[in-house]
Design a protein around this ligand. Structure first.
Ligand SMILES: O=C(CO)[C@H](O)[C@H](O)COP(=O)(O)O
Ligand SMILES: [Fe+2]
Length: 226
């Protein structure tokens, strides 16, 4: 696990006609977050495996795939086989999340599990023992540029405590509405990895925005230094 805050710019807020340049614009980021949406699990449609395969060829930054799709049990493995660093599926969509995690790890990827804002962690604590990352959604999945839902921080605190006490061994990631006004409370609650779309790509200098968010999170975090 990293000992500094991880910043993962979301390409959802990038210019899709210039994805290669947009990845280069955040060369100082730790992970690159790619939102895959199928217009079924969420009402929006973005991109899929062929585009991710091309992105993987065009960058050395580890790719963090956030699959907002139905039937990840079938589809997620392709992203792992393509070389994504971390592949996250939604617990609300997965049929057999333990088998899914094992398959992703066998294919060489980290296994991630995401929970929507209204989904509790408690029923999934045994499942999470098989996972490397937990993605706590701080907006309803589907669109960038939404406002941060503060209530989800109770789940971050719960997950942090389980990690600190050795019950779980995973990276706590947060996604949705992270910016200069919200990142400190997320860091204080115990987040390791911060996804930021509009706050990074809406900035004049995306790399500077990454650095500033990382420094801000490091200062506010009890468990991570800068
Ligand atoms: O998964 C997502 C939406 O479902 C995006 O990753 C997320 O919304 C990032 O965008 P922003 O930082 O602008 O909220
Ligand atoms: Fe996302």
């Amino acid at each position: 696990m990293s000992n500094h805050p991880l910043i993962a710019p979301s390409l959802l807020s990038a210019d899709f006609a210039r994805l290669s340049d947009e990845m280069s614009a955040v060369s100082d980021s730790d992970w690159l977050h790619v939102d895959v949406m199928d217009a079924h699990f969420v009402p929006n449609l973005t991109l899929g495996l062929p585009v991710v395969q091309s992105l993987l060829k065009a960058t050395d930054i580890p790719i963090d795939c956030h699959l907002m799709i139905e039937n990840p049990d079938h589809w997620a493995i392709g992203y792992a086989e393509a070389g994504a660093y971390n592949v996250t599926s939604h617990v609300e969509a997965a049929e057999d999340p333990v088998a899914l995690a094992k398959n992703l790890r066998a294919a060489g990827a980290k296994a991630g599990l995401s929970v929507k804002p209204g989904t509790p962690l408690q029923p999934y604590l045994d499942v999470l023992k098989h996972y490397d990352t937990l993605l706590v959604m701080s907006v309803e999945p589907g669109f960038g540029g939404q406002s941060f839902i503060t209530d989800v921080l109770s789940k971050v605190r719960e997950a942090r405590k389980l990690v600190e006490t050795g019950h779980l061994n995973l990276v706590v990631e947060i996604d949705g509405g992270i910016n200069a006004d919200t990142i400190e409370q997320a860091a204080e609650a115990g987040v390791d990895c911060f996804v930021a779309g509009s706050a990074v790509y809406g900035a004049e200098d995306p790399n500077k925005a990454v650095e500033a968010l990382r420094a801000q999170a490091g200062r506010a975090s009890a468990h991570l230094g800068v």
